[in-house]
Ligand binder design. Structure first.
Ligand SMILES: [Zn+2]
Length: 92
C-alpha cells in the first residue's frame, strides 16, 4: 500500500539482475533455462529490450572489427559502457 513505486516500471534491482544475464545471454554463456527467463523478461520490459538491442549491436560491431584488428580498446570501451548502464539502473 505505501512505498513509492513509479508507474508500472519494473524495479531497478530486478532489471540490474537481468542486465547481467542479458549480457551473458548475448555471450552465449547462459544456460537454456535461464535464457527462457531472460527472454520472457525482455519481452515484457522495454527498457531491458532496448539494452538488449544495444548490447547486441555493440557485439556485432566488435565482432566485425575483430576480423580486421585486435579490438582490445574497443572491448574495454564496451565493457565500460555495460558498467555504466548497470550503474544507471542500480542508481535509478
Ligand atoms: Zn527489465
Amino acid at each position: 500500500m505505501s512505498g513509492h513505486l513509479h508507474g508500472d516500471e519494473p524495479t531497478n534491482e530486478e532489471c540490474a539482475d537481468f542486465l547481467e544475464r542479458i549480457v551473458r545471454l548475448i555471450d552465449n554463456e547462459l544456460e537454456e533455462g535461464d535464457c527462457t527467463v531472460v527472454r520472457a523478461h525482455i519481452d515484457t520490459c522495454s527498457p531491458c529490450l532496448e539494452r538488449y538491442d544495444l548490447q547486441r549491436t555493440v557485439k556485432a560491431i566488435v565482432a566485425r572489427s575483430c576480423s580486421e584488428t585486435a579490438p582490445a580498446d574497443l572491448r574495454a570501451k564496451v565493457r565500460l559502457q555495460i558498467q555504466q548502464i548497470r550503474v544507471e539502473i542500480t542508481e535509478g
